[in-house]
Design a protein around this ligand. Structure first.
Ligand SMILES: CCCCCCCC/C=C\C/C=C/C(=O)SCCNC(=O)CCNC(=O)[C@H](O)C(C)(C)COP(=O)(O)OP(=O)(O)OC[C@H]1O[C@@H](n2cnc3c(N)ncnc32)[C@H](O)[C@@H]1OP(=O)(O)O
Length: 287
């Protein structure tokens, strides 16, 4: 983050926290594929992804998540908990249909919206946590690891499995993973495309706690936010943003090249062939 960005972030934060210490605001859901419910007492917003069956991250869902994050920030919420309306899938990651035989204009819009959603979530000044109430591969894992804290239900899986699909996780996916895991564990898992069980994820630190139900997971996320009760919100947010600034700045600087690399990669005939085979294998499972 350069000096100008830092000053602007500081100004926003001062505006937000300067005069609103004791007020609680109600956030409203902006999208059709998400809902946002705010606990009026705690001021914590629960952002629920609701694109069933698997919360595949298509352009519209990403837009809704992005708009919700902006609204939660703007409405001075005290925390953001990301969760899913499904009882078995947090998010299946990027909707492969967006990348398979794509319309090129939409493909560009899709990737740019993913970049912006990540910048908003990873760099959010509001405390963030994920209540991971189902499987969370690839892009689902990216969303969860972009948050500051993770509580997961047992017997699900989470990880960046891109190499198993014949694709390469972008640098900022990897940076997000490395912000949570020891570097050695992250490199092994990334190259193997490893999906961790909930129990394994807890052991390596990919998630912070397990919970037996979604309600318990949300409660534990709220307890995490309560650990900031005696901190100054401005100082907290600036510390988080400075801690993450290298990763954020790198994507800000390389956004155009990252988009070009994505478009080039996805349009390779061998990648299209691989995505087609993978989609068929997913569909064959349900027959
Ligand atoms: C050199 C630098 C180059 C840089 C270039 C960068 C390029 C890299 C680009 C992007 C990175 C990619 C990130 C991703 O997120 S890719 C997506 C990865 N996701 C997965 O592999 C998960 C696949 N899904 C599953 O494993 C399972 O669905 C499940 C465990 C999540 C849930 O299982 P279950 O409840 O049994 O549901 P079904 O499998 O039956 O699925 C229901 C339904 O949904 C369809 N579906 C599932 N996942 C996806 C998906 N990700 N995209 C699209 N569609 C999906 C599935 O096919 C079923 O469909 P139906 O038969 O029509 O009902």
């Amino acid at each position: 983050m350069n000096r100008a960005m830092m000053m602007s972030a500081a100004k926003n934060l001062l505006t937000r926290y300067g005069s609103t210490k004791n007020n609680i605001y109600r956030c409203m859901s902006t999208g059709k594929l998400t809902t946002v419910d705010v606990n009026e007492k705690s001021g914590v917003a629960v952002l629920t992804m609701n694109r069933l069956p698997v919360n595949g991250l298509n352009l519209e869902l990403l837009r809704d998540i992005r708009n919700d994050i902006d609204e939660i920030e703007g409405n001075k919420c005290r925390g953001l908990i990301l969760t899913s309306a499904s009882s078995s899938v947090f998010s299946a990651g990027l909707d492969i249909m967006e990348m398979y035989k794509p319309n090129q204009d939409r493909l560009k819009e899709f990737w740019t919206t993913l970049q912006d959603t990540w910048l908003a979530l990873y760099g959010s000044s509001v405390p963030t946590a994920a209540a991971i109430n189902g499987h969370s591969p690839a892009g689902g894992c990216l969303l969860a690891t972009s948050c500051e804290y993770r509580v997961m239900l047992p017997k699900f899986t989470i990880g960046l499995n891109e190499t198993k699909l014949g694709i390469v996780a972008p640098k900022w996916f990897m940076a997000t993973f490395c912000n949570v895991l020891p570097r050695r564990v992250a490199e092994m898992a990334l190259t193997q495309g490893k999906m961790f069980s909930s129990e394994e994820a807890l052991k390596v630190g990919l998630v912070d706690e397990l919970a037996q139900s979604k309600e318990e997971a949300i409660e534990k996320c709220q307890q995490f936010f309560a650990t900031f009760a005696k901190t100054n919100p401005f100082a907290r947010a600036m510390t988080k943003q400075q801690f993450r600034s290298k990763d954020l700045q790198q994507l800000e600087d390389e956004k155009a090249q990252d988009l070009e690399a994505f478009l080039f990669f996805v349009n390779q005939p061998s990648v299209q062939k691989g995505l087609g085979i993978y989609l068929d294998s997913l569909k064959a499972k349900t027959k």
